[in-house]
Design a protein around this ligand. Structure first.
Ligand code: GLU
Length: 439
C-alpha cells in the first residue's frame, strides 16, 4: 500500500450521472494505479436536499461499475461508506477548537471564519499553481446549526488524511476557501487535481443531469458492459498519450496518472460510447458472454429460451462477434427459439431479385441429399449448386439466410445453419415457401 489516499465525495441529491461517475472513476483509478486507498464519503450534511433514491442509485451504480471502496465503517461484514450526517461530533470538535483560537465569530446567528488576508496558492496538478485571494470572511455554520459544505469537506479531507483531491473543475473556485480552512485548522493542504468539465454532446455548456444519456442508470438498463463505460469515461479528460483508445481495465489502471489529464473540456459522445461497448462485447471471454447473455434473457423475460443450455451456448458463440449491444440480444436471437419467426418485409424485398421461388426448391434438393451437415459441407454444397446453375453464390446465400431467419443480417450463415441443423433448416425453407408471397 502506498500512502496515496483519495476519495469520492458525492452529495446524494439526484441520480448518479456521467460526471459523478467520471470523478469517482478517476479517483478509483488513481488509487489502483498507485496502490493507494479509495474512500467513499457521502456528503449528506445538507439533509433537506438529500434523498434515499439518490443514495441508492449512487451505491448500486458504483457497485455495478466495480468501483469498490477500500474502507469505511463496518456493516455486515463489508464496508459502508462514511456519511457526513453521522460525523457531527467530529465537526463540532474542530469548530470548538477554531472558536477557542478566536478564528471564528458569530454574526446574525451564523458562524463565520476569519480569512487570513493572504493570497492562497492552489497547488493544482492539472492547472499548475492558481493564485486567489479570499477577500471576505465566510459562513461555516448556518444560523440553523447546520455546517456549510466547505467546512465539513475540509475537516473530513483532513481527518481522513486525503493526499489528493481529484474533483470537477467547478470546485476550483471553492478551493481558496478550502485553503483558508486548512490554514485555520493548522493542517497541510492536500494536492489538488481539478478535472475538466464534460460538455453536452451538442451545443455549449456543461452536460447536465437532464441531458439525454447523462445517467449511469440508462446504460445499466441497456445492458452496457461496465468495462466499456469505464473505458469511455476514462478518456473524458485523460489519455494514455499514445494512440490507444480501446483498453481493458488493467491497461487503464497501468497507464492512468494525474499528469495525463488535460485542461481542455471533454465533449460527451454517445456514439463513441456505443462503439466502445460493441468492441468490449466482442472481446468478452466466451464464458463471460454466456453468463451475461443469460442474465439479459432472464431480465427481459425470455427465461423459456434458457432450457437447452447446449443449444444456447452454440447460439451465443456465433452471435457474439456480430452483436453490438446486449440490449439487442433478445431480438437478435429470437428466431432461434420461435419456429414461427416473422419474415421481415424489407428483408424479403432485398432477396426478390434472386428469385427465391426457384432458389428455395433448388436448395431443398441440394441440402436434403447431404449425408452430414456441417459448415464446410454446406458451404461446398452451395458452391457446387451455384456453379451448376451458373449463378453467383450470393443468390443462394442471401435467399437461404432469409428463409431460415426471416432477415438479411445475422451471424455467419454457415454457422447459423450448423446450429439449426439439417431437419430444422429444411423445415424452415418449406415454411418460407408456404408463407411468403414472392410475387
Ligand atoms: N459534495 C461535493 C460535490 O458533490 C464534493 C466536492 C469535492 O469532491 O470536494 O460536488
Amino acid at each position: 500500500m502506498s500512502d496515496v489516499r483519495v476519495r469520492f465525495a458525492p452529495s446524494p441529491t439526484g441520480y448518479f450521472h456521467i460526471g459523478g461517475a467520471r470523478t469517482a472513476l478517476f479517483n478509483w483509478l488513481y488509487a489502483k494505479h498507485t496502490g493507494g486507498t479509495f474512500v467513499l464519503r457521502i456528503e449528506d450534511s445538507d439533509t433537506e436536499r438529500n434523498t434515499k433514491e439518490s443514495l441508492n442509485s449512487l451505491l448500486s451504480n458504483l457497485r455495478w461499475m466495480g468501483l469498490d471502496w477500500d474502507e469505511g465503517p463496518e456493516v455486515g461484514g463489508s464496508y459502508g461508506p462514511y456519511f457526513q450526517s453521522e460525523r457531527g461530533d467530529v465537526y463540532q470538535k474542530h469548530l470548538q477548537r477554531l472558536r477557542d483560537e478566536g478564528k471564528v465569530y458569530e454574526k446574525d446567528g451564523a458562524l463565520w471564519l476569519k480569512v487570513s488576508g493572504e493570497t492562497q496558492t492552489i497547488d493544482d496538478i492539472i492547472h499548475g499553481p492558481v493564485q486567489r485571494l479570499e477577500e471576505k470572511d465566510f459562513v461555516i455554520y448556518r444560523s440553523n446549526g447546520t455546517p456549510v459544505f466547505h467546512f465539513v469537506n475540509v475537516v473530513d479531507d483532513m481527518e481522513m488524511k486525503i493526499t489528493h483531491v481529484i474533483r470537477g473543475e467547478d470546485h476550483l473556485s471553492n478551493t481558496s476557501k478550502h485553503l483558508e480552512l486548512y490554514q485555520a485548522l493548522g493542517a497541510p493542504a492536500p494536492k489538488f487535481a481539478h478535472i475538466p468539465l464534460i460538455l453536452k454532446a451538442d451545443g455549449p455548456g456543461k452536460m447536465s443531469k437532464r441531458d439525454r444519456g447523462s445517467l449511469v442508470e440508462e446504460y445499466r438498463d441497456k445492458f452496457f458492459l461496465p468495462s466499456a463505460l469505464i473505458n469511455y469515461l476514462s478518456l473524458l479528460g485523460w489519455s494514455p498519450k499514445d494512440d490507444r483508445e480501446l483498453m481493458s481495465l488493467d491497461e487503464i489502471i497501468a497507464a492512468f496518472d494525474l499528469v495525463g489529464i488535460n485542461k481542455t473540456h471533454a465533449r460527451f459522445d454517445e456514439k463513441k460510447l456505443a462503439f466502445m461497448n460493441a468492441e468490449h462485447l466482442k472481446q468478452l471471454p466466451k464464458e463471460e458472454f454466456f453468463k451475461r447473455g443469460v442474465e439479459v434473457l432472464r431480465k427481459t423475460e425470455h427465461a423459456d429460451w434458457l432450457k437447452d443450455e447446449a443449444y444456447l451456448k452454440k447460439i451465443f458463440d456465433i452471435v457474439q462477434e456480430k452483436l453490438r449491444s446486449f440490449e439487442e440480444l433478445p431480438n437478435f436471437v429470437a428466431y432461434f427459439f420461435d419456429e414461427n419467426y416473422p419474415f421481415e418485409p424489407t428483408a424479403l424485398q432485398k432477396i426478390l431479385k434472386h428469385q427465391p421461388k426457384e432458389r428455395l426448391p433448388e436448395l431443398q434438393i441440394a441440402l436434403s441429399s447431404l449425408p452430414t451437415f456441417d459448415c464446410e459441407i454446406v458451404e461446398n454444397a452451395l458452391k457446387t449448386l451455384s456453379a451448376e446453375k451458373n449463378l453467383p453464390a450470393g443468390a443462394y446465400i442471401h435467399t437461404l439466410r432469409f428463409a431460415v431467419s426471416g432477415r438479411n443480417v445475422g451471424p455467419s450463415l454457415y454457422h447459423l445453419l450448423d446450429v439449426l441443423g439439417k431437419d430444422e433448416v429444411l423445415r424452415r425453407i418449406q415454411r418460407c415457401l408456404e408463407t411468403c408471397s414472392f410475387a
